[in-house]
Design a protein around this ligand. Structure first.
Ligand code: TXA
Ligand code: MG
Length: 327
């Protein structure tokens, strides 16, 4: 899977930017670094380009993609901001917050991006992604750059492993700073529904809004259809809240103390020795991937508190641990 003969990796910089712009304007996909996770980007107005994303990811086609913009002004070309959504964008963009907004009556976003919904998920990323959108002069559809249902890639190497020869260009910007995907919210009248916890802690959103975010997800039905039970699945089984380690397991640790029998583990990686959920989030997908390839049948995970980014981390881990039929 690693021959990647047709895949090129370029370090983020001027040559990568020129090549990435050419790919985007030519209707091709490019794997790019953002501060949350790596994204597989394509011109959001070009249906064939967007289809290439689905093909590379093997993604269920009912799953809508996030539209990436430079700022509110670019988002306003196709989406409608209510005052609260605007305040949130003002506070957190560019950054790890995605807003689900109504589409304008006339817009150039291809329906494949929104899976035919009348809403669109929008985010202004930081880093190379932002430079590329500005240079290409158009919004980019970009889901996380991993095969569908697999853990998100936070390094260029992880992108190459997950998507290998199905993409032609990977831009390497080093490890993603945040390490989990963006927080997704939708403003409904004066309520804020949390559709996916992520890189911006809910408490930070509540500080700006001045009232609590609603966690029930409202009618979470297909509102964030990517939120399937067995999303983010490694190949090994995942066992949560492990207080002890069984023979042959790998251990994903958190905090200063190790689970009983940790010396039995095939491999131990600690998300954060001093219990920092930000450091833990940045390590999460990379460590899961490394434990997944160490030959253990099960990854035991020590308890992680729900504070700060812990909520997003535990959400991902519950999905990784959920029963699934495809191995
Ligand atoms: O940090 C991130 O958000 C990364 C980087 C690349 O920006 N992107 C990312 O995209 O995680 P993706 O496609 O893996 O996840 C997008 C999520 C999915 O759960 C999808 O169902 C949801 O956004 N979504 C997209 N459009 C939506 C809409 N109109 N309404 C509700 N949910 C939507
Ligand atoms: Mg994803």
């Amino acid at each position: 899977a690693l021959d990647g003969k047709s895949t090129r990796t370029l370090p983020a910089g001027e040559a990568a930017l020129a090549s990435a712009v050419a790919h985007i304007l030519g209707g091709q996909t490019v794997a790019i670094p953002t501060e949350t996770v790596y994204g597989l980007a394509a011109d959001a107005s070009n249906g064939e380009a967007v289809a290439r994303i689905f093909a590379a990811k093997n993604r269920p086609s009912f799953n809508p993609l996030i539209c990436h913009v430079t700022d509110i002004a670019m988002a306003e070309e196709f989406a409608v901001f209510d005052p609260l959504s605007r305040a949130l964008a003002d506070a957190f963009w560019p950054g790890a917050l995605t807003l689900v907004l109504p589409l304008k009556a006339h817009h150039h976003i291809h329906p494949l991006v929104t899976a035919g919904l009348d809403t669109v998920a929008v985010r202004a990323p930081q880093g190379f992604g932002a430079e590329l959108i500005a240079a290409a002069g158009r919004p980019l559809a970009a889901p996380s750059a991993n095969a569908s249902g697999r853990i998100s890639a936070t390094t260029a190497e992880a992108v190459a492993e997950s998507l290998d020869s199905r993409i032609s260009l990977i831009v390497d910007g080093g490890p993603a700073r945040v390490g989990v995907e963006s927080t997704i919210v939708k403003v409904n009248d004066s309520r804020i529904d949390l559709l996916r916890p992520g890189g911006v802690p809910v408490a930070d959103i509540e500080k700006v809004a001045g009232f609590p975010v609603s966690r029930s997800g409202g009618n979470a039905k297909i509102e964030a259809p990517g939120m399937m039970q067995s999303h983010y699945a490694p190949l090994a089984k995942v066992r949560l809240n492990a207080k002890t380690v069984e023979e042959g397991e790998a251990l994903l640790g958190f905090g200063p103390e190790r689970a009983k029998g940790a010396e039995r583990a095939k491999k131990v990686l600690v998300l954060s020795e001093n219990g920092d959920t930000i450091e833990a989030a940045a390590n999460l997908f990379d460590f899961l991937r490394r434990l997944d390839t160490c030959g253990a049948r099960t990854i035991a995970v020590e308890p992680i508190p729900d504070e700060g980014l812990g909520e997003a981390i535990n959400d991902r881990l519950r999905r990784a641990a959920a029963p699934r039929d495809i191995r």
